[in-house]
Design a protein around this ligand. Sequence first.
Ligand SMILES: *Cc1c(COP(=O)(O)O)cnc(C)c1O
Length: 412
Amino acid sequence: MRLAVGKAVVAAPRPDLLERLAVQTAKRSGDHLLRRLRTIDRADGPWLDVGNGRLLSFCSNDYLGLAQHPQLVAALTRAAREHGVGSTSAHLICGHRAEHAELEEALAVWTGRERALLFSTGYMANLGVLQALLARGDICVQDKLNHACLLDGAKLSGAELKRYPHADVEAATRQLAASPDAAALLATDGVFSMDGDVAPLRELAALCARERATLLVDDAHGLGVLGEHGAGSVSAADLGQHEVPLLMATLGKALGCMGAFVAGPAALIEGLIQFARPYIYTTAMPPALAAAALEAVQLAQVEGWRREKLFALIARFRRGATELGLPLAVSASAIQPLLLGSADAALAAAQALERHGLLVSAIRPPTVPPGQARLRITLSAAHEEAHVDRLLGALETLRLPTAHQATPGDHV
Ligand SMILES: *Cc1c(COP(=O)(O)O)cnc(C)c1O
């Protein structure tokens, strides 16, 4: 930047980027919003060894308790012996192995789609879909509470991003109707990651059909948990490939692995292979991981008892929390937030629970809007009833705001 001082032109010093970042970090620290990394030494189901203590965790996304399943570990080991650890290249070079192909086939069948395409992470899957489909001049309509990677994907695509208030189909309708000539994509989480509620999928699908917009559902938290045989929130809403042509879900949550996929019409998948840069220009997920994920997909489908157990634990938690008058959110999923309002209150509650040997994450701005900090409790089929009771017992000793005092931002 150059400043004109009288006639002389004085060069202002170029801002130092690391210094600027340090200032931003210091500000976040001053606001008591600093994020801290915690190193876990060992995981044993929901138990985590940390330093010289053991914590009972209510913050993993391992909803079906598959992450440490011996069959997954055996499949991973077997495939690693055949392929080694890494895939050694991108899918389009020589990284695409039989394990990937088999997993894609199984995911397509499970979700009732023609084809599926693996991505290395969910974040990249959403970037890839949005960047491949959208361009400048298009519009991308999204729920305000969508996952960060959907928002980032829209930015990357160059399309105009319009965000409607949470689950507000009317507002989404107005946003689409305001640009009747632009190509349009509507994106929503299936199950919202910080709230646990399910999007109004049938209404959104009807809206997209009326407005000729393309619907993308990110089912990271629904796959494995909701729907018949765990096929997800889209299947639970009885929406096929025609209504939801873009279905994305991850392998790192209920399936206990890592990676993600997009499922839909064959022509879509072929187009993504050609144009989705986060698919093309990255190393394929390790084939051993794909082998483990295939095992997880099969277990998730046939072991319905995992879902039954999970939902029994969810019901038990909600019953207990209601009796205690806790500020429960409206959620029927494995994500059960307690809305506490201020970031300090959420942090203090998480710290108090940790003194009881329980690990629950405090979710604070900017992950959620200001004034809507919360404890994000997640349940898993790896939990037992006694674990839920222990959590409820500890919550009872904290002086949390009751349901009536629930925070002003109650968007649920
Ligand atoms: C976790 C998550 C992602 C990102 O998936 P990763 O595989 O962890 O990168 C995307 N969308 C939603 C809704 C998520 O919860």
